[in-house]
Design a protein around this ligand. Structure first.
Ligand SMILES: [Zn+2]
Length: 242
């Protein structure tokens, strides 16, 4: 079936990630570009980020606070309007009813036309030697199920209606897929690449910028070649038919 898919011009974006820093790696160049074009962008970080450190002197409580501060700083660099944190456990997050309800609550509150999420089908990539983190898959799956049908149907999570959160239809879902040949959508980040690097640098507990800049430079250029830009981020775009 041939469909006319409109150009993506998001007005309200909700970017949903598992951990502080996921959205910076996958979509921050695009986020900065959308903000510059006048969009309102909100972040939702679903886990508490309590496990991502090899510093044994650091407690989980300290790490949670540190990573939240880093995420807020990165969001400020990008012009993101709000950051919401959920407390699902880092490493053991499940796409269960609790997580789905928590995400639907934010979708119905922020009412995005465009949702950015992690790709639930990315389990591993042998070419790049990557096992995708459990939380990335589970949060991506929950976000997808929430975009359709759970945020849309008033009989799903009726307790949210009681909170004043009415059903909402999302128009576009973008899965972040930097390592995947299935990408069908590229965002030009030639002008916002430096901002992406600045936002990533805010995650000092997670990111060694001297290493990251090397592979990110190559990757954004490789994706740019495919998308017809100097540099790009890549996505699988689902423009909703219903
Ligand atoms: Zn992550």
């Amino acid at each position: 079936m041939e469909r006319d898919i409109p150009e993506l011009k998001p007005k309200v974006v909700l970017a949903i990630g598992a951990h502080p820093d996921d959205l910076e790696f996958g979509a921050s160049g695009s986020v900065a570009a959308w903000v510059q074009a006048g969009a309102e962008v909100h972040y939702l970080v679903c886990t508490d980020g309590s496990k991502g450190s090899d510093d044994i002197s650091l407690s989980s409580a300290d790490l949670i606070k540190l990573r939240r501060d880093e995420q807020r700083d990165a969001a400020k660099v990008l012009g993101v309007k709000s950051v919401t944190f959920l407390d699902h456990e880092d490493g053991l997050t499940k796409a269960n009813a609790d997580l789905k309800r928590d995400i639907v609550r934010v979708i119905r509150d922020k009412r995005p036309d465009t949702v950015v999420a992690q790709d639930p089908l990315m389990v591993y990539n042998a070419d790049f030697g990557i096992i995708n983190h459990n939380d990335h898959r589970e949060v991506g799956l929950a976000a997808m199920d929430d975009v359709y049908p759970l945020a849309r149907d008033h009989l799903s999570f009726p307790e949210l209606i009681a909170e004043g959160l009415l059903p909402h239809k999302v128009k576009d879902l973008l899965f972040m897929v930097s390592f995947d040949e299935r990408s069908n959508f590229y965002v030009d980040i030639s002008e916002t690449y430096e901002t992406k690097l600045k936002a990533l640098a805010a995650h000092a507990s997670q990111v060694d910028m001297s290493q990251v800049t090397v592979w990110l430079d190559a990757m954004t250029k490789r994706l740019g070649e495919r998308g017809g830009f100097e540099r790009a981020e890549s996505f699988i775009r689902l423009n909703m038919f219903i």
